[in-house]
Write a protein that binds this ligand. Structure first.
Ligand code: SAM
Length: 340
């Protein structure tokens, strides 16, 4: 019944949705991609914004930031966010913006699973009372990620987890056009970013480590690296170099990352058709996947081998999809820690 009401609401909403989609694609291709600003950063961002509106995962900063991003506008953000509002009004929870979604994750819940995985790793690293508290957080390929803003900009240590605790320093690293667009959007949205150091670099050309160190990063302090939705756009050498660099950070340092199945990235069995579809979808944004880790059973072993070969230890692995009974997941989520 709830699904039926939701579908009826979506039908009423359809003309607005079509207009918003046209506006989004136009702005993406005219004002965003030609300037070198990330296009792929919008999908996970909008999913988080819609989850907020659906009442499943709070992210007030995403809602405030959305109207100011180059490919969005107040109208486009209102329409996309409206899908979440509709789901909340009719109590429908089976949609893609449910949170934290089902496990093993499905095609519908995979974005929620990804968001939930990084939320958990981030909270663990920044919990002032936790045993894994770090002194620095580096968000690599930050895109429109809002984890270090919002409720965290108000008071520092306290009820919200104390992420803006003066003892923790935050760095957001991205390509110059995306980083610049984000700073402009944050300022227009009135979101304070004084506690964040923005670092501009292209990982394929200059090491992120060198770039953040030039901006005051201290490799002697325990650090959490959040690397969400990024390594698939890098070459093998850039990915391995990143893991190696984390292995040389202070004891207690860790990196959380997701990865796509190498079989999917290369459109090889069992993902020939899915891989071709994904390639087409990514091309829409003018980008392409380069890196993947095999997820042929047992999937965990492949990521374990990679991080171990770069001097890290695999502390956590969750399949993106189902890896039970020899099934091949689409990718995975991993936490690798310094051995030190
Ligand atoms: C799919 S988006 C993910 C954004 C964000 N982490 C999230 O999950 O919402 C990929 C991000 O990685 C950045 N990126 C991709 N290749 C990069 C490179 N070679 N150097 C620096 N940043 C890069 C893009 O600009 C974009 O912001």
């Amino acid at each position: 019944m709830r699904l039926l009401i939701f579908v009826l609401m979506m039908l009423v909403f359809a003309p607005f949705f079509v207009l918003a989609m046209i506006g989004y694609i136009f702005k993406l291709w005219v004002f965003n991609i030609p300037k070198g600003i990330s296009g792929t950063a919008y999908e996970p961002f909008m999913a988080r914004m819609i989850m907020h509106e659906a009442g499943t995962r709070p992210d007030e900063s995403a809602v405030r930031l959305a109207p100011h991003l180059p490919a969005l506008s107040p109208f486009i953000a209102w329409v996309f966010g409206g899908m979440g509002v509709a789901a909340r009004w009719c109590g429908y929870r089976g949609a893609i913006f449910d949170f934290p979604g089902t496990r093993p994750s499905t095609m519908y819940s995979v974005v929620a699973h990804r968001t939930d995985f990084f939320d958990r790793m981030f909270a663990e690293a920044t919990d002032p009372g936790g045993e894994h508290l770090v002194r620095q957080v580096v968000v690599l390929g930050a895109g429109w990620d809002t984890r270090v803003y919002g409720s965290f900009e108000d008071d520092g240590v306290g009820d919200d987890g104390g992420v803006s605790d003066d003892n923790v320093r935050f760095f957001e690293v991205d390509m110059p056009p995306t980083s610049e667009a984000k700073r402009t959007a944050l300022a227009r949205a009135g979101i304070s970013s004084d506690h964040v150091t923005f670092v501009e670099t292209d990982f394929n050309q200059k090491s992120w480590f060198q770039a953040v160190t030039e901006q005051g990063f201290d490799p002697a302090l325990p650090t959490f690296i959040l690397w969400e939705g990024v390594n698939m756009y890098l070459d093998d050498e850039a990915v391995e170099a990143t893991l190696r660099q984390v292995a040389h950070l202070a004891p207690g340092s860790r990196i959380a990352f997701d990865f796509m199945s190498r079989e999917l990235v290369r459109a090889e069995p069992p993902f020939v058709w899915l891989g071709r579809g994904a390639k087409f979808g990514i091309k829409f944004y003018g980008e392409r996947w380069l890196f993947g880790i095999s997820t042929l059973a047992p999937a965990r072993d492949h990521v374990d081998r990679l991080v171990t070969s770069q001097g890290l230890e695999l502390a956590k692995f969750e399949p993106m999809g189902d890896d039970r009974d020899g099934k091949v997941p689409w990718g995975g989520f991993a936490l690798a820690v310094c051995r030190g």
